[in-house]
Design a protein around this ligand. Structure first.
Ligand code: FMN
Length: 178
């Protein structure tokens, strides 16, 4: 069985998780923008890493374009966000919104905690984050502008286990929380 890891993120958290997984599982790791269609067609299963910005998966547009090439394949989504540890249901909501049902049939989703270094953000992202925090506060919710870093290899243990199980058991649609 041939595996492939594809990722799309902005500041390195999703890339770091993907590279760790690639090294552990010995799978090629490719940035989504550079994936060749034949790499997708040749893979038996694909791990798809993406971060979340304002409730949308970074990889949403790419998925929309290439969904036909992924249909019928076993997929594992790694969705990296600030709300992952405390509110995995939010991450799952973004996943259900942005991943077509035809792909979710054969997929599992692992929410993974990310990191934020405010000073490293582009001006656009700083403004977006501040706007998001302001809007959330009006709804009685909190989006923190403070730095955090929850990215660690240990968070990948359930993902690695899921990949190992792929070869030995049936793989049906299910939801998964780390
Ligand atoms: C402008 C902005 C919007 C964000 N929106 C969300 C969000 O809606 N939900 C969430 O869980 N995390 C959100 N985050 C946190 C990012 O998903 C987190 O920093 C992640 O680790 C980024 O990963 P990357 O470096 O691979 O892009 C946001 C961060 C920024 C800067």
């Amino acid at each position: 069985m041939k595996g492939l890891i594809i990722y799309k993120g902005r500041y390195g958290a999703t890339m770091e998780y993907s590279i760790w997984l690639g090294a552990t599982l010995n799978f090629p790791v490719v940035k989504a923008d550079f994936v060749k269609p034949e790499q997708l067609t040749q893979a038996d299963y694909v791990l798809i890493g993406t971060s979340v910005y304002i409730g949308r998966l970074q990889i949403a547009g790419w998925l929309k374009n290439l969904a036909p090439l992924l249909e019928g394949k076993k997929l594992i989504f790694l969705v990296v966000g600030g709300s992952a540890p405390d509110h995995p249901e939010k991450i799952l909501g973004y996943y259900e919104h942005d991943v077509p049902a035809s792909l979710r049939k054969n997929a599992v989703c692992f929410p993974l905690p990310g990191r934020l270094h405010y000073r490293q953000l582009s001006l656009k992202d700083k403004l977006l984050l501040r706007a998001g925090a302001w809007l959330s506060a009006r709804k009685g919710e909190t989006i923190s502008l403070a730095d955090y870093n929850m990215v660690s290899r240990e968070n990948l243990a359930p993902v690695i286990e899921a990949v190992r199980l792929l070869g030995t058991c049936a793989f049906t649609s299910q939801k998964s929380f780390t």
